[in-house]
Design a protein around this ligand. Structure first.
Ligand SMILES: [Zn+2]
Length: 341
């Protein structure tokens, strides 16, 4: 599925302005200290995609990581226990900073550049999969930017947000949405009989993604559609920058799938995968920023230097479009249908 609503190039600065990003960094450093302090209680887990335990162990900025020998998924192992993760997510300074500062300052750009295309793609995916027009549930709805755009498209009769953060649940209610103020573990998902469930940038944070997908499966009618997004470890910026330089593999991002491994996990959890797209728009700019800051040396890589620096104005956007349209971006969107009961 291609992005049919381009609205000009998206730059990291549009959604994470440099001044706010610098302040975010300080919160993240303190969060990281707190995360790493729990290390004595971390637990080993099998691969979140395929269930195997063999792999190559390595460390990234203090995080213990494993690359699964069987399927190539990368994941934090050992990792914080479920209790530690819940405590971390409930109290992370950086999440508070996102909610208070970054999301409000970038809301309109995010709406045009991210939420609206996401809503459009979701409706297209629901149409293609033949999902009913009744209930759509968004798990981890945040401040409701995507839900507002879905509402504007009129595809579903009823919209429901599942959101555990009290301040965000209040924002959602203020926008007129029905809200279950709970995490997915505590929400009565099995009673919903939803026609569609969506979940954007959630699964990479979870202790047990398989348990999550099975719970979501129970929220769907047979034939109901799940649309989810998450990072793609086989995307351009990960593969070019590597573990140490790619910002996306670290604090809170503990399950890093790729299209084939996430497809396998979904099929193990009772879904039939219909499409995997990589609608990401920032890969080229993220690598470019690493070059410009001096963190990534391309003096021996003339091709990258030419596309991402010397001829950026001419080549940057078409190059990103090529990544996006050929499964090569590091942000992926999967559409899956709940198999029959
Ligand atoms: Zn695996």
């Amino acid at each position: 599925m291609t992005d049919r609503r381009p609205d000009g190039p998206l730059r990291e600065e549009d959604i994470r302005p440099a001044d706010l990003k610098a302040r975010l960094r300080e919160h993240m450093l303190r969060d990281r200290e707190r995360w790493l302090a729990g290390r004595p209680d971390w637990v080993s887990v099998p691969c979140p995609a395929c269930g195997e335990s063999d792999g190559r162990d390595f460390e990234v900025r203090g995080y213990a990581c494993r690359e699964c020998a069987a399927c190539g998924t990368a994941y934090h192992c050992p990792r914080p226990s479920e209790t530690q993760l819940r405590d971390y997510y409930a109290n992370a300074e950086s999440y508070g900073f996102w909610a208070r500062e970054i999301f409000p300052a970038t809301a309109e750009r995010r709406r045009a550049a991210i939420a609206r295309p996401q809503a459009t793609r979701l409706v297209e995916a629901a149409d293609l999969a033949g999902a009913g027009r009744g209930l759509l549930v968004e798990i981890g709805a945040g401040s409701g930017l995507v839900l507002e755009e879905i509402r504007a498209l009129g595809r579903f009769d009823r919209l429901l947000a599942v959101e555990p953060t009290p301040g965000l649940a209040a924002v959602l209610r203020g926008k007129g949405f029905e809200v279950i103020e709970a995490g997915w573990e505590d929400a009565p998902l099995a009673a919903l009989q939803a026609d569609a469930v969506c979940s954007f940038e959630v699964i990479e944070h979870l202790f047990d993604p398989g348990a999550y997908l099975r719970a979501v499966r129970r929220a769907l009618r047979p034939g109901g559609v799940l649309v989810l997004t998450c990072p793609n470890i086989r995307g351009f910026d990960f593969e070019v920058l590597g573990w140490d330089l790619a910002d996306n593999f670290g604090l809170g991002h503990i399950n890093m799938f790729h299209p084939a491994s996430l497809t396998m996990l979904l099929e193990r959890c009772g879904y039939s995968v219909r499409a995997v797209a990589t609608p990401g728009r920032l890969d080229a700019d993220l690598v470019r920023q690493k070059i410009l800051s001096g963190a990534f040396d391309v003096s021996a890589q003339p091709f990258l230097r030419r596309v991402l620096v010397d001829e950026w104005e001419r080549l940057g956007e078409p190059f990103q479009a090529f990544l996006r349209e050929n499964g090569l971006s590091s942000n992926m969107m999967v559409t899956a249908v709940a198999a029959g009961a």
